[in-house]
Design a protein around this ligand. Structure first.
Ligand code: GLC
Length: 650
């Protein structure tokens, strides 16, 4: 294993010399391929991307005595993967390289689902492609579908093999077929790359448990509590309910193992360059199965350093960039999406063309829920203008919720600047979304409530958090109507704000909380199952009737999808926020290629007015159309917005 010492970065000249030294050795390992056009293409890629990869690896692993050995191993991994890459994917590489920022297009619409809950298995999913197309989906994120321990496996995030599909869902061949079929229908397959940890049943973990020291060095293991205690002085617990610290004692090993999440998820030790190489191999294997986009799971935790909180460290960024440059060499179509549920400023540090092209936008998500509860947009208007912009060539993935909880990840400074106490405000939101506040319409539940700090997060489906469950229970048609409006208001923003909109499948037909997890021994205690209901295909049939709740939500989303796809202004470039002088109404201009659209969202339960003078100040001078309602708007008159109305004004 290498020692980590700071070292000066190599020069281009040095990286060139290294490649010149490594290439002949590499060629010798592939005697049957080096005359082929494939190999020539590979060397061409190396020429272009090796200097970056070399620089990154040097900065992480540089001074170790066996550094060049490891670089050579990594290049072999790349060469093997490139040679094994199917022709269909190489064509995709060429297309994507010619259109590198395709994911910024307004044509892209995302959806996510668990394979079993949505369609039973991978074969069943192929039958549902028609439904996805009906909804306009072009990006499908399937939750982890690989082999994992029986029982609690953290919803699949404890992976026992990156090369074997969970038997209950199908096989690797099914996955390859599915990815290819999806591609032919214009849908990109997105899977997780769970690369911070493996399950304790992964082959590497099993070998480590059998006493193999080489594999023990794949993980973080300590003979006693001395070092874990040192580290824990500055770590924060992630799942305090289930697992208070970050280490687990394994009697079979007689050692403490680093387990940031659950005790069956062992953190990989990236100080060991072999781990990087092994995981690069797994990543390219997934890419060669047809995965077009990787959701880079739990990125902040990759690197550990005593005396820090072991989150967002510089080396974590360098490692992701190194994975990215491995992809440029051996699977160029592959795009990364970062999953960093950390402070807003830290989230953005993962987003660049060199690191992750895309990122979830948790700050936007929580600001939207905040405005829905408070009926007030001041926080959005204060925070977003300084936080929403991303580097060139990158894009947000905008969502209302995913399979995880909603944590109130505001930047505290933003709240203080508005005179709001962040601690008290978070508690207000928690109470609101579990239905304890008098003005609440929500039916959510607390997750990971820490009575000592008062911290907690929220679980619940979009429909239940927006008031549909309560309204139906109380048989209140007016509130039911408002719940639907709330959902379409939030989705209206998600579809137009700039970035890929991501629909949690089931939201489009208003699926409510599923309380059955309480009676399932493998799920009870993890409230996130509350918002992971099985997809109900019978209920989905109701979407065809526009009078039903399901029909209203589904058709509303369909309309938003069409508006997005038909207007280039919704390309993921500029978003200009506007202060409408009304704290209930949120507004922004989307501008691209000469088209400009003003989006307005009234978060209040009452009508709101925008004076004609304000419209004129915004440059609206004649007659416009609200694309959502299909209604004309005359800029010389005041604009009256209905309660919870979303408008896209062209
Ligand atoms: C990510 C996943 C979450 C999982 C964790 C550990 O945050 O979204 O569901 O528990 O990683 O893999």
């Amino acid at each position: 294993m290498s020692m980590h010492l700071p070292s000066p970065p190599p020069t281009i000249h040095e990286s060139r010399l290294s490649l010149n030294r490594l290439l002949p050795r590499l060629r010798k390992s592939f005697p049957n391929d080096i005359e082929s056009a494939e190999w020539a293409a590979f060397e061409d890629r190396l020429e272009r991307h090796f200097p970056v990869l070399f620089d990154l690896l040097w900065r992480v692993y540089g001074p170790s005595y066996d550094f060049f050995f490891h670089v050579e191993q990594i290049l072999r991994t790349c060469a093997e993967a490139w040679l094994a890459r199917p022709g269909e994917l190489k064509s995709l590489d060429a297309t994507r390289e010619g259109h590198a920022t395709w994911y910024q297009s307004n044509q892209v619409v995302g959806a996510m689902a668990y394979v079993d809950l949505f369609a039973g298995d991978l074969e069943g999913l192929r039958d549902k492609v028609g439904y996805l197309k009906e909804l306009g989906v072009t990006y499908l994120h399937l939750m982890p579908l690989f082999k994992s321990p029986a029982g609690d496996d953290d919803g699949g995030y404890a992976i026992s093999s990156y090369r074997e599909v969970d038997e209950a869902l199908g096989s690797m061949d099914d996955l390859r077929q599915l990815s290819s079929e999806l591609r032919h229908h214009g849908i990109s397959l997105v899977l997780d790359f769970v690369f911070n940890h493996t399950s304790d049943e992964h082959e590497w973990a099993k070998r480590a448990q059998a006493g193999d020291e080489d594999y023990q060095a794949y993980y973080w293991m300590f003979p006693d509590r001395t070092e874990p205690d040192e580290y824990e002085k500055t770590l924060r617990p992630i799942f305090p309910d289930a697992h208070p610290g970050s280490f687990t004692y394994r009697t079979s090993l007689g050692k403490w193992v680093w387990t940031t999440f659950n005790n069956f998820q062992w953190d990989l030790n990236y100080r060991n360059p072999e781990v990087f190489n092994a995981m690069a191999g797994e990543m390219l294997y997934l890419a060669n199965a047809g995965v077009e986009m990787l959701r880079m799971d739990a990125v902040p935790f990759l690197w550990k350093e005593k005396g820090t909180n072991c989150e967002n460290l510089e080396e974590a960024h360098l490692l992701i960039q190194a994975f990215n440059s491995v992809a440029r060499i051996a699977a160029p179509a592959l795009v990364f999406k970062s999953e960093a549920i950390v402070a807003p400023d830290d989230i953005k540090k993962y987003v660049s063309e060199e690191e992750c092209h895309l990122s979830y936008d948790p700050p936007l998500m929580v600001l939207l829920w905040n405005s829905l509860a408070s009926r007030d947009c001041s926080m959005m208007l204060h925070a977003l203008p300084k936080r929403f912009e991303l580097p060139e060539g990158c894009s947000w993935v905008n969502y209302l919720r995913c399979h995880d909880d909603i944590g109130w990840g505001f930047e505290d400074r933003d709240l203080w600047e508005l005179g709001i106490n962040p601690h008290d405000h978070r508690w207000f939101l928690n109470r609101f979304f579990i239905g304890e506040h008098e003005a609440s319409f929500s039916r959510g539940r607390l997750f990971q409530h820490n009575p000592q700090t008062g911290d907690a997060r929220i679980c619940g489906t979009t429909a239940s958090l927006c008031g549909l469950e309560k309204a139906r229970f109380e048989k209140d048609a007016h509130q039911e109507d408002f719940a639907i409006r709330r959902m379409l208001l939030l989705y209206g923003i998600i579809f137009t704000m700039g970035g890929i909109p991501l629909v949690y499948l089931g939201d489009e037909i208003g699926l409510q909380n599923d309380y059955s997890y309480e009676n399932d021994i493998e799920k009870a205690g993890d409230e996130r199952w509350l918002h992971r209901p099985p997809f109900d295909w019978e209920v989905a049939e109701l979407r065809r009737d526009p009078e039903t709740v399901e029909g209203r939500i589904f058709n509303g989303l369909l309309m938003l999808c069409r508006i997005r796809k038909n207007n280039q202004a919704f390309h993921a470039t500029r978003t200009e926020f506007v202060d409408l002088g009304n704290r209930h109404v949120f507004g922004y201009f989307r501008v691209h290629e000469g088209q400009s659209i003003l989006c307005l969202a009234n978060f209040n339960d009452h009508p709101e007015e925008i004076p004609a003078t304000r419209l004129r100040q915004l440059g609206l001078r004649k007659t416009f159309t609200d694309l959502v309602a299909g209604q004309p708007i005359v800029a010389t008159e005041k604009l009256v917005m209905e309660p919870l109305q979303f408008m896209a004004i062209l």
